[in-house]
Ligand binder design. Structure first.
Ligand SMILES: Cc1cc2nc3c(=O)[nH]c(=O)nc-3n(C[C@H](O)[C@H](O)[C@H](O)COP(=O)(O)OP(=O)(O)OC[C@H]3O[C@@H](n4cnc5c(N)ncnc54)[C@H](O)[C@@H]3O)c2cc1C
Length: 389
């Protein structure tokens, strides 16, 4: 693990670190902190680590972040994107494939890695609240209907977008948007290595996507702004594409608007946030796995070395660039998307295929260098946003 400006070595007797939430970000944090030599316990409210199916798409960064076991969650690879809007289309070939991962495989694999690193995992244990005590933090929890008091030097809130840890420690609530996915039979004309994206600004300021899990099935999804409205439009879109939902997946996803400071001092203890609890989500595409792992690694570094983390500074820059892209696109009308797709010439598409969305500043700079007219289009989007806000 990368070192940070402090020579203090973590020791087991430094006090326990309690991670609330045993999903992607929490288990990743637990493994990293335990590997660094601290005692770690994960509290998960669900009875077992077997989450329901959720099809996710991530960039190739995911491979570098995880050990061999978690890589077993990769079920497909994407080599091409097809963008559609108003009868137009553009294709982007990826030089490094995106990965399709299945969350119901990823979480158990991360749980095994956390345990192998020395973390203790407690299922069916709900965090209720916390306060200061003389040596750190006192937590109130409930296990199988029984109340318990636990003590920790540090607590990490990895308990998702509506984090109770964050509310208890005084962070303000974060805005969320609904994300819905339907598992569908893959249309015959859609290759298993191609993701389709549709920009339909009358339906959503975000987009629809179809991500193949295999040559048979894919996840068709949408991000909206308002739950019932998004569902109605999504069902209409499914009908228009003649696709039958076989299963539904969905939840609310945080919207990153500005950096959420990841640490608060409570009495003599430290409280940290990671993953969705800290809105560590790329707001341009609403992907939170790779960025949540980066946040988890940064917080683990801060806990182990009691200092600032370069990973967190880099993540902050990354999330801010995605916020700039989202602000630009959010008020695009149909004619703007049509122009955007028209402007994607061969050299711009090459940049989009070479550099992935987890290196957004480099991507943005390269795309603009190759197609300067996109700056004008982007500025117009930003100005429209200002006028409407
Ligand atoms: C349908 C769907 C599709 C998505 N697609 C993508 C994608 O393609 N690519 C991508 O990168 N991201 C995607 N995302 C986003 C991604 O899944 C999330 O950003 C990521 O899972 C967040 O992980 P997390 O560990 O921070 O939080 P969560 O996964 O929300 O985990 C929080 C955990 O905390 C536990 N918990 C909550 N409260 C308590 C409590 N009081 N006590 C104890 N435990 C508690 C919960 O049970 C849960 O296990 C998608 C999300 C959805 C819903």
């Amino acid at each position: 693990m990368a070192d940070i400006n402090n020579n203090s070595r973590p020791r087991r007797e430094d006090g326990e670190v309690i991670v609330v939430g045993g999903s992607a970000a929490g288990l990743y944090t637990a493994a990293a902190v335990a590997r660094g030599g601290r005692r770690v316990r994960v509290l998960e409210s669900k009875p077992r680590f077997d989450p329901p199916d959720r099809t996710l798409i991530v960039t190739s960064h995911f491979r570098n972040q995880l050990g061999a076991a978690a890589r077993e969650s990769i079920i497909n690879e994407i080599r091409r994107f097809e963008l559609y809007t108003d009868g137009r289309s553009a294709q982007i070939a990826l030089s490094k494939p995106d990965l399709i991962i299945e969350r119901s495989r990823l979480i158990p694999a991360l749980a095994r890695e956390a345990e192998a690193s020395g973390a203790n995992l407690s299922f069916d244990t709900r965090f209720l609240g916390m306060g200061p005590n003389s040596s750190g933090l006192r937590l109130e929890t409930e296990t199988g209907g029984r109340r318990e008091e636990l003590h920790a030097a540090s607590v990490v809130g990895a308990d998702g977008a509506t984090s109770r840890v964050a509310r208890t420690a005084g962070w303000p609530p974060i805005e969320t948007v609904p994300l819905m996915q339907a598992i569908v039979r893959l249309p015959k004309d859609c290759p298993a290595d191609t993701t389709r994206v549709w920009f339909v600004p009358d339906d959503t300021p975000y987009f629809y996507w179809l991500v193949p899990e295999s040559s048979e099935r894919g996840a068709l999804g949408v991000i909206g702004e308002q739950g019932s409205d998004t569902k109605r439009r999504f069902e209409r879109f499914l009908e228009r594409k003649h696709l039958e939902p076989l299963e539904w997946q969905g939840a609310r996803i945080p919207v990153y608007r500005k950096w959420v400071p990841v640490r608060k001092r409570v009495g003599n203890g430290d409280v940290y946030l990671v993953g969705d609890a800290a809105a560590q989500v790329k707001v341009s595409t609403v992907g939170g796995i790779v960025t949540g792992f980066r946040g988890a690694l940064g917080v683990a570094q801060s806990i182990l070395h009691r200092g600032r983390s370069s990973e967190l500074s880099a993540l902050r820059r990354e999330l801010s660039t995605h916020w700039l892209i989202r602000r630009t696109l959010h008020h695009f009308q149909q004619k703007d998307y049509s122009q955007l797709v028209d402007l994607l010439d061969a050299s711009t598409r090459a940049s989009l295929g070479e550099i992935n969305r987890d290196e957004s500043a480099r991507l943005l700079w390269n795309v603009i260098r190759r197609q300067p007219q996109l700056v004008l289009l982007g500025l117009r989007g930003l100005l429209m946003g200002k006028r409407n806000s």
